[in-house]
Design a protein around this ligand. Structure first.
Ligand code: SF4
Ligand code: SF4
Length: 195
């Protein structure tokens, strides 16, 4: 793109025109705010701005009908996570068709960069994101969110469900990269995902 060079003559006085124009813009905005309610500000936290249905907020672990975690402790999310902030310990389930579940599943939300790769990598839709973006805590420990707190987030009707990708281009590359890393670092040779 061509660069445009502007030479400013500092000796030329602009006159009162630009000042009056600036005052008019300020006055107009003030009148619009007062009488037409066009203020850009909102009364937070009572009032909240709507966010996208694909917003990447605090995570949710989804559950089965019996209330147990849908997660099968496959480590795909932890492997795909660039911030390395997901900690999983696996236990065995009695059902042969499911095999594993997470006895420990924690996300350190202070390290998380809310990229959504964990959601992309998950083959079970066991981890999704909410639209919650105002999480606060007074200690670091409060923001390391454990399995039960992640599962209890399901009823968050107030914030709504956020990033939960349908089929799209991002998902497969993230899964393939996670599987390749599992193979390289842990010698696990899983099948490549169909999608
Ligand atoms: S959103 Fe990104 S950084 Fe946060 S836990 Fe998931 S993969 Fe890791
Ligand atoms: S990728 Fe999904 S199923 Fe696998 S450990 Fe993570 S949340 Fe659980």
């Amino acid at each position: 793109m061509a660069t445009r060079i502007v030479t400013v003559d500092r000796d030329t006085k602009p006159g009162v025109g630009p000042i009056l124009l600036g005052l008019w813009i300020t006055l107009r905005n003030m009148l619009q705010t007062l009488f037409q309610r066009k203020a850009a500000t909102i009364q937070y936290p009572e009032e909240k701005r709507p966010v996208s249905s694909r917003y990447r907020g605090v995570h949710i672990l989804t559950v089965r009908q019996d209330g147990s975690p849908k997660c099968v402790a496959c480590y795909m999310c932890a492997t795909a996570c660039p911030a390395e902030c997901i900690y999983i310990e696996a236990g065995e389930r009695p059902e042969k068709s499911i095999e594993k579940y997470p006895t420990r599943f924690e996300i350190d939300l202070l390290r998380c960069v809310y990229c959504g790769f964990c959601v992309d990598a998950c083959p079970e839709e066991a981890i999704i994101m909410s639209r919650e973006n105002n999480l606060v805590g007074t200690t670091r420990a409060e923001l390391v969110i454990d399995r039960d707190r992640l599962m209890a987030r399901n009823p968050i009707a107030e914030h709504g469900v956020g990033y939960r990708p349908e089929e799209h281009d991002v998902r497969r590359p993230v899964r393939v990269a996670a599987l390749e890393r599992l193979q390289k670092e842990h010698g696990i040779v899983p099948g490549m995902p169909k999608r």
